[in-house]
Design a protein around this ligand. Structure first.
Ligand code: MRU
Length: 358
């Protein structure tokens, strides 16, 4: 990874082109989003996903709304619908709010203001990602030194690479940076049922970049930790409350518990847009997305003829439940790796880093 990968871009016609993440790793295809409604569908159906990119497409969706609508009131209405297209990743609300503020204060050409502001949000996320890469890699190198090792085993859950945040990702950013530093890194990739973002997307990203990795069933991490096969865990997040509680892909909490029980550092990598200063108790108040039970009951894969198929893996009439995210309490998180440095997971430390250190 050279810090140049993006899951989306603005094409020559001024529309937004995105990699269709529902098709990876089997088919590499892009889709063009021409309207704000296209952006909403792309976010809801997870054609694009991952907190950072959801926010970026939210911002670009507002730009598309300006392209379609002459009237600012209609743009505001569309922006509200974009803001509500997925509930947990606060980067979406953060980015749409920045767009609306810029538009409502704009003196000149609204379309140009929308285009520039959206692109600036994406470019700044890219800068944040590269700082997270560097701070995170420093921590990982320190962990190696303390253990007297020349290589490191990292465990991650879901996908928090460049498909989720431009250009290096969040949780995968330090891993890409270690690779650039010539350090021997191996990643345990949780498959991340039910949608398999680990097995499908993280493994695809790491394969593209030649990072050594092994996909593991979601229940394997605890055993690996007990056997000394994991040096550090790192995940991204969809929302971090003011007190440091972390909402991330369902299953993250169990990994944090196992890491805590085995004295293994558990880091969460986030850019500023993932912080929610309005929520003080993440376990109680962060909204958790409920998705279709079909995502649990059906599995997608490539059949022996090379055709992508969806197969039912449960009795037809059994009920299933699909919470998209869980909350890892602040006490289980070793630190937040952010663009401003590494921060303890408590309100005072977060405030000092983000409110006083602007
Ligand atoms: O449902 P998804 O695939 O959008 O969930 C993504 C995650 O949980 C990521 O770990 C999170 O967004 C952090 S990556 C910026």
């Amino acid at each position: 990874m050279n810090g140049e990968y993006r899951a989306f871009w603005v094409n020559e016609e001024g529309y937004v082109e995105v990699i269709d993440q529902t098709k990876l790793p089997f088919i590499e295809e892009t889709i063009v989003l021409k309207t704000a409604d296209d952006a909403i569908v792309a976010i809801k159906d997870m054609i694009v996903r991952g907190a950072g990119v959801i926010g970026n497409i939210g911002a670009l969706g507002v730009y598309l709304a300006v392209k379609e609508e002459a009237d600012i009131k209609a743009v505001v209405t569309k922006s509200k619908a974009i803001r509500e297209s997925r509930p947990t990743a606060v980067n979406l609300m953060w980015a749409v709010d920045i767009m609306l503020e810029a538009l409502l204060n704009a003196q000149d050409d609204l379309l140009e203001v929308a285009r520039k502001t959206a692109i600036q949000i994406c470019d700044e996320d890219s800068e944040r990602s590269s700082k997270i890469a560097s701070y995170g890699a420093d921590i990982f190198e320190k962990i190696m030194q303390e253990k007297g090792k020349t290589s490191i085993n990292v465990l991650t859950h879901c996908n928090a690479g460049w498909l989720a945040i431009v250009d290096d990702g969040s949780a995968l950013a330090p891993i890409y940076e270690l690779k650039r530093r010539g350090i021997d890194v191996h990643v345990w990739v949780d498959e991340t049922r039910p949608r398999n973002q680990g097995a499908n997307l993280t493994a695809w990203e790491l394969t593209q970049d030649g990072v050594e990795h092994t996909i593991i069933p979601d229940n394997t991490g605890g055993y690996l930790m007990q056997q000394g096969m994991v040096d550090v865990c790192i995940v991204g997040a969809d929302r971090v409350s003011a007190n440091g509680d972390v909402a991330n892909k369902i299953g993250t909490y169990l990994k944090a518990l196992a890491a805590n029980d085995n004295n293994i550092p558990f880091y969460v990598a986030i850019p500023e847009g993932t912080l929610d200063f309005d929520i003080r108790d993440g376990v109680k108040d962060i909204p958790i997305e409920m998705r279709s039970e079909d995502e649990v009951k059906y599995i997608r894969g490539l059949n022996k003829e090379g055709v992508v198929e969806e197969l039912l893996i449960t009795p037809k009439t059994s009920k299933a439940v699909n919470y998209g995210f869980d909350i890892t309490p602040a006490r289980l998180v070793t630190g937040l790796i952010t663009e401003k440095g590494v921060c303890a997971t408590n309100e005072e430390a977060i405030n000092n880093m983000f409110k006083l250190n602007v």
